[in-house]
Every structure is written in structure tokens, then in C-alpha cells.
Design a protein around this ligand. Structure first.
Ligand code: NAD
Length: 256
């Protein structure tokens, strides 16, 4: 197939947290489908360079930014658009999962963890979308996917700020899908259950792993590649009626 007939030919994408895990799988699939990709990373430049080298096609780039820093988050889409020449697709994937037990932490540590999680998992995506808007409008419309979580619905007893941030991200997705539809900007939330990545390795490969897999009648967790396929569906332009939707990808482990 010639590259110009690929579904994402001539489109440019920013994927946050793309140096590993789910973000890496998304960056690889979008590039394979013809997009030029900005691989954002927070730390570990070597991993980002390795992902860059794995991407099919030409014109990709890597961009470092600490998303806990509001200024760095807000600058990221402008830097991506400058490097790629345009911006059509944004995937807010970067996130942290930090346990912060309400019964174990003192108030200062509780607040620190709360602030960090909200800053990276919720405020940063909102700032990135805000800054991306002018570039998506310039492209005549675009697609935004926010990677949320089953935890938004099921609760996160040991990481409540994570659940709150992801629930907020779902709500942000829905609010802006409605607001930005007239500009032909489509927003979808993708809410995975457990996925084996660096973030979850210690749980899934430890003594709790078997119990976690048994939460699903498939007796397994999702793969990062499966999450990427769902993101592709949301950004390809062939299913824009999805806008405002939150797609569960949890192997039937939880229904809402
Ligand atoms: P991961 O830890 O492998 O990757 C997270 C990415 O976010 C990394 O690239 C990391 O560099 C980046 N990041 C974290 N803090 C950052 C910061 N301050 N500045 C810049 N970048 C930062 O995790 P993953 O499993 O690939 O998760 C990706 C997304 O999927 C996250 O939003 C996560 O909450 C969500 N999710 C994951 C699972 C799972 O089971 N793995 C389940 C539900 C949702």
C-alpha cells in the first residue's frame, strides 16, 4: 500500500508519555497508519529515542516536558505543531499511579500526592487541550483521545486522587466534545482496566497477579496494543459519532 493511502496520511499527532507502555504502542500504531508523531517523554530520553527509531515512516520527533509543570504542559502542543508543521491528533496518555493511603499518610504527604496526581493526570491534559486548540482549528478540525481508567468508575481505595483525576478527565472529555463539536474537534475517552506495562508490572507479576487476571472472565489483562487499536478507531475519522464517548477496554472485568 502506498503511504498516501494510509488512514492517517498527512496527519500529525502528539502522544504524551510515549516513551514506554501504552503511549509507545499508540505512537507506533499511529505512525504505522501514516501519521507523523511527536513522541513526548518526561524522563528517559534514551527510551524516547528508541521509540522514535521504531516508528514507521518519516518526519517524527521527540519532545521532553515535565507535565507536573503547568508552563511546560501548556507549551507542549505549540512545540509539537512547530516540529511537525501541523497538529491533527492529540493523545493525552501520560499519567502516574501513586498509592496514598488515607489511613497511612500525614496531611502534608497526603496533599503532596494529591496535588501531583491531579497536576499530571488532570490539569496537564486540560492545559494541553487548551493550547492544542488553535492548531487543531488551523487544521480544520481534529481528534483528541484522553486515556482515563476503569478506576474512574470502580474507585481507587489506595489511590483516590488517581480515581478522581480519571473521573475528571472523563467529564472533561464529555464537556469539550459538546463544546468543540461545531469546530469539528472530536473527543473520546478510552478507559482501560488492567494493562501490563511498567506502571503495573509490580502488581501483575507479583503475588496479586493471578487474582487481578481472574477479575476478567477472559482470565487476562488487556495489552497495550489493544488499547492502541481503540485509540486508532477514535482518531481515524471513520467513526466520529463516537465523540463524547468513554470506551471501556477492561476484558469484561467491570460494568458500569
Ligand atoms: P507507564 O508508567 O508505563 O507510562 C506513563 C507515561 O507517562 C510515561 O511515559 C511517563 O514518562 C509519563 N509521565 C508520567 N509522569 C510524567 C510527568 N510528570 N511528565 C511527563 N510525563 C510523565 O504507564 P502506562 O501503563 O503506559 O499508562 C499510560 C496511561 O494509561 C496512564 O494515563 C494510565 O493512567 C493509563 N492507564 C493504565 C492502566 C494500566 O493498567 N497500565 C490502566 C488504566 C489506565
Amino acid at each position: 500500500m502506498s503511504t498516501s493511502s494510509l488512514p492517517l496520511a498527512n496527519r500529525s499527532a502528539l502522544v504524551t508519555g510515549a516513551n514506554r507502555g501504552i503511549g509507545r504502542a499508540i505512537a507506533k500504531l499511529l505512525a504505522e497508519q501514516g501519521a507523523r508523531v511527536a513522541v513526548h517523554f518526561g524522563s528517559d530520553q534514551e527510551a524516547a529515542e528508541n521509540v522514535l527509531a521504531e516508528l514507521a515512516g518519516q518526519g517524527h520527533t521527540i519532545l521532553q516536558a515535565d507535565l507536573e509543570d503547568a508552563n511546560e504542559a501548556a507549551a507542549l502542543p505549540h512545540r509539537a505543531a512547530e516540529k511537525l508543521g501541523r497538529l491533527d491528533i492529540l493523545v493525552n496518555n501520560a499519567g502516574i499511579y501513586e498509592t496514598h493511603g488515607i489511613d497511612t499518610l500525614g496531611p502534608a504527604e497526603w496533599q503532596k500526592s494529591w496535588d501531583r496526581t491531579i497536576a499530571i493526570n488532570l490539569t496537564a491534559p486540560s492545559l494541553i487541550i487548551h493550547a492544542a486548540l488553535e492548531h487543531l482549528e488551523h487544521s480544520g478540525g481534529g481528534h483528541i483521545v484522553n486515556i482515563t481508567s476503569r478506576g474512574a468508575y470502580r474507585g481507587e481505595p489506595d489511590a483516590p486522587a488517581y480515581g478522581v483525576a480519571k473521573a475528571g478527565l472523563n467529564s472533561l472529555t464529555q464537556s469539550l466534545a459538546n463544546k468543540l463539536a461545531p469546530k469539528r474537534i472530536h473527543l473520546v475517552g478510552v478507559a482501560p482496566g488492567w494493562v501490563l506495562t511498567d506502571m503495573t508490572e509490580s502488581f501483575l507479576e507479583g503475588p496479586e497477579g493471578e487474582g487481578i487476571r481472574q477479575q476478567s472472565p477472559l482470565n487476562r489483562t488487556a495489552t497495550a496494543d489493544e488499547i492502541a487499536q481503540v485509540v486508532l478507531l477514535a482518531v481515524c475519522g471513520r467513526a466520529d459519532a463516537l465523540t463524547g464517548g468513554i470506551i471501556d477496554v477492561n476484558c469484561a472485568s467491570y460494568f458500569r
